[in-house]
Design a protein around this ligand. Structure first.
Ligand code: AMP
Ligand code: GLY
Length: 419
């Protein structure tokens, strides 16, 4: 089979790595890919949002399966376009990806199907939002409705901060049209966990749990990023919690979607807050998490292409999914200044040394490969993932790996997996 993976970050490197291990696969392509991916797949110069470009390339090259990985092309209907062109594609159609691309849709779904989440209200105008915010308890959470590169959530500690947030999102439009509507919701306290699930719209199989670290600096300080590291399993998501989530959150979500006439086929991401009153949904994503994919995929024992095919053909109920019992940790190395302004083009050393250790993998996020050398090319540059018999072993191995790596301005958190 010829498989094309759409995207070019650390998550896509992990996906391409996993896909390339499938005995069913003869050739792997990635659009646009990155420096690390170019060593194991043919990277093609088509942007991840170029729907026409992806369809044309797939037709011309007789691609048997396209895996659409990032949120933007899913929300824009890349899977719909591929299907219309008669090409097999893995990922939700845009009507299903709306569970991520509209927080208002997601909140309404949860309300209607009694899926536990933070109490909320939706606002189309700043005046009403401000009036409402005045009467709330603080901190208060303010979310832009649409996609905002993971930055559309503001936790306002005071009423003045809420006023600023409403002004910035709805009037200054810092997230563009994504901020035409906002959700204001109660602040939840607890432990965060991520559960990704494979689903064909009928059957839902959760993957092993994980947790990411969104803040830029140690002790969860600094601005939100795409994710500075992850580990699996979560320290707080036990079997009892898994049962509660399966019955009270996961299955009601896909059944609710089906009831609304929407079949979700792909990977559904549940961002959970485990509170004293039980688990609550913080957010849904319509795809693998990044960097959660870098710790979950190395633990998957199955051929992932078989799972993708089973989902497309709606026979996930006949597939037994198996996991490596070992834990995994991933530490992200970022460019100095990320998630703000940063410079690129610095040579990276030590990748091969890091990978010499058994069960240590380096997944590239923003790198370029030229004349046998790697150079930085993004904010998140790469992630070192390690497997270990315990979480502590995995974390130590991942840190030993990242200490081999160096580039000018390299920054990484020192407390991944510690909490
Ligand atoms: P989201 O993109 O919705 O997951 O939000 C980004 C981050 O904001 C989450 O990972 C949480 O850390 C935090 N967050 C979102 N909603 C809430 C909430 N209702 N209460 C507390 N923290 C939240
Ligand atoms: N790690 C969070 C996300 O992928 O949205």
């Amino acid at each position: 089979m010829k498989v094309l993976v759409v995207g070019g970050g650390g998550r896509e490197h992990a996906l391409v790595w996993k896909v390339s291990r499938s005995p069913l696969v003869s050739e792997v392509y990635c659009a646009p890919g990155n420096g690390g991916i170019s060593r194991i797949a043919a990277c093609i110069p088509v942007k991840a949002m170029d729907i026409e470009g992806i369809v044309t390339f797939s037709k011309k090259n007789n691609i048997d399966l396209v895996v659409v990985s990032p949120d933007d092309p899913l929300a824009a209907g890349m899977v719909n376009a591929l299907q219309d062109a008669g090409i097999r594609a893995f990922g939700p159609v845009k009507e299903a990806a709306v569970i991520e691309s509209s927080k208002v849709f997601a909140k309404n779904l949860m309300k209607k199907y009694k899926i536990p989440t933070a109490r909320h209200e939706v606002f189309n105008s700043p005046d009403k939002a401000i009036k409402y915010a005045r009467k709330q308890k603080y901190p208060l959470v303010i979310k832009a409705d649409g996609l905002a590169a993971g930055k559309g959530v503001i936790i306002a500690g005071t009423y003045d901060m809420a006023l600023d947030a409403i002004h910035e999102i709805m009037e200054k439009k810092i997230f563009g049209e994504s901020g035409s509507r906002i959700v204001i919701e109660e602040y939840l306290e607890g432990k965060e966990a991520t559960v990704l699930a494979f689903t064909d719209g009928n059957t839902l199989v959760p993957m092993v749990s994980s947790q990411d670290h969104k803040k830029a600096y140690d002790y969860d300080l600094g601005p939100n990023t795409g994710g500075m590291g992850a580990f699996s399993p979560s320290r707080h998501y036990n079997e009892r919690m898994a049962e509660i989530c399966q019955d009270g959150i996961f299955l009601p979500t896909i059944h609710g979607m089906r009831n609304e006439g929407i079949k979700f086929k792909g990977v559904l991401y549940f961002g959970l807050m485990l509170t004293d009153d039980g688990p609550r949904v913080l957010e849904y994503n319509a795809r693998f998490g990044d960097p959660e994919a870098q710790v979950v995929l190395p633990r998957l024992k199955n051929d992932i292409v078989e799972i993708f095919e089973a989902i497309i053909d709606e026979r996930l109920d006949k597939t037994r999914i198996e996991w490596d019992d070992r834990a995994a940790a991933c530490i992200i190395a970022a460019s100095d200044g990320y998630p703000g302004m940063y410079r690129t083009g610095f040579e990276i050393s030590g990748i091969e040394e890091a990978e010499k250790e058994e069960d240590v993998m380096v997944f590239h996020a923003g790198t370029r490969h030229e004349n046998g050398k790697y150079y930085t090319a993004g904010g998140r540059v790469l992630g070192v993932t390690a497997l270990g018999n315990t979480l502590e072993t995995a974390i130590n191995k991942a840190y030993n790996g990242i200490m081999e790596i160096n580039f000018q301005g390299m920054h990484y958190r020192k407390d991944i997996g510690m909490r």
